[in-house]
Design a protein around this ligand. Structure first.
Ligand code: SIN
Ligand code: CO
Length: 391
């Protein structure tokens, strides 16, 4: 994706402009950004998904047994029949994992690294339905499905922002509204992290949340410390050659603290250690019990399917990233594990990891010999890529 091409789904902004002026800073409303996404799923589809074991689903009732009641799935069909006529929302997480074609929409956001993207959550709300005024820690692109929703945006919040008591949801007590718009099918609203927002369904509607993720610095520090100890060993001691005499032998002086700080940080401040610790971490799948289901296919079967129009799709529930060394593709990580590949295939690995969907034309240079295809077949057997004939 060219960073300087105007993108219709960003209202004609280029990725560079969006990242410079809006990303993590201010909201953006784009009318009719994804008209074809709006009717992908209906409420029955979502309710069916919400009944499946292992699917993360919630129902929020504004006027439930308690205010802002939260119910967790899986639900049975009866659970939906017992809901009131208005003021509730069903939310289903990671719908892209179950409907891989939905994940293709994430290609529109490939100006962001894949490791920053979390999932596509879809909500279905009846009239008056909302999850309450709240803020999220993550950036989100909200795409309106069918129906209409009124979005209000407010102040920047943090953990100190006053919340409504008596509900497991983090509902804000106050909203200092500075944005008040009704969205229609296909409209996109980008909301930066920490911004108060409240979306109320004006009529039955669906909303697609393209959610970002950001690793917690504390989690990364844990991994980096482990990797640093592995790299340096735990028997390196503080050294203070060239020390000058102290007049405060009872004190931990600022000068000593600075020397201690510098030597401790030297252990952490190593690009190789960081890469070694963080690349597998950032490639861990959303659900840690996730086990991809692969299929064994012969090279001929793969060639034939692609020739007949099938596309190669990356498993949306798996996470994959490659590292670079001196600008060259170095290591490949999938679902937290390092994956071997023949060194001649670095460009092929980058092609696969940079795209969610590839067709025979894009793969053509790699389909002639057997080497790339054999490696791909092994990856497909592991479930990381699969052929989709329905495209
Ligand atoms: C919704 O889809 O109802 C809520 C999405 C959000 O506020 O993050
Ligand atoms: Co939100």
């Amino acid at each position: 994706m060219d960073a300087n091409t105007p993108l219709p789904h960003l209202g004609g902004l280029t990725a560079t402009e969006f990242l410079r002026d809006y990303w993590q800073k201010k909201p953006l409303l784009v009318r009719n950004a994804f008209p074809e996404l709006a009717f992908r799923l209906n409420e029955e589809d979502l309710m069916e998904l919400a009944q499946e074991e292992g699917v993360e689903a919630r129902i929020v009732l504004e006027k439930g047994k308690t205010p802002w009641e939260l119910r967790r799935g899986p639900f049975d069909a009866k659970a939906f029949k017992q809901l009131p006529a208005t003021h509730w929302t069903l939310l289903v997480q990671a719908v892209d994992h179950y409907l891989p074609a939905l994940a293709d929409y994430l290609e529109h956001f490939s100006f962001l690294p894949a490791w920053r993207i979390d999932d596509i959550m879809i909500s279905y709300a009846v009239e008056g339905g909302s999850v309450g005024p709240h803020f999220d820690q993550y950036d989100v692109f909200l795409v309106q499905g069918f129906g209409q929703r009124r979005w209000q945006l407010g102040q920047h919040c943090d953990d100190e922002s006053p919340r409504v008591a008596g509900t497991p949801l983090r509902i804000l007590q106050d909203m200092d509204t500075h944005f008040d718009e009704t969205v229609n099918p296909g409209d996109l609203l980008y909301v930066p992290p920490g911004m108060a927002h409240n979306g109320v369904a004006l009529n039955p509607c669906t909303t697609y949340s393209i959610g970002l993720r950001a690793p917690a610095l504390a989690h990364m520090l844990e991994r980096v410390v482990d990797a640093a100890l592995e790299a340096a060993g735990s028997n390196q001691l503080f050294a203070d050659t060239g020390r000058t005499a102290t007049t405060q032998p009872g004190a931990l002086t600022d000068a000593d603290l600075e020397a201690l700080r510098a030597q401790v940080l030297t252990l952490l401040d190593d690009r190789e250690t960081l890469r070694h610790a963080l690349a597998p971490f950032l490639s861990e799948p959303k659900y840690d019990d996730y086990e991809p289901q692969g299929e064994e296919l012969s090279l001929e079967e793969i060639r034939e399917a692609l020739a007949n129009g099938a596309k190669l799709r990356r498993d949306p529930a798996s996470r994959c990233l490659y590292t670079l060394q001196d600008g060259q593709v170095h290591e490949l990580f999938i679902n937290g594990q390092k994956e071997w590949y023949p060194p001649e295939l670095t460009a092929f690995v980058a092609l696969l990891a940079d795209h969610r969907l590839l067709d025979a034309g894009q793969l053509a240079p790699w389909l002639e010999g057997d080497e790339a295809l054999q490696w791909l077949a092994d990856q497909m057997a592991s479930g990381f890529w699969f052929l989709d004939a329905d495209e």
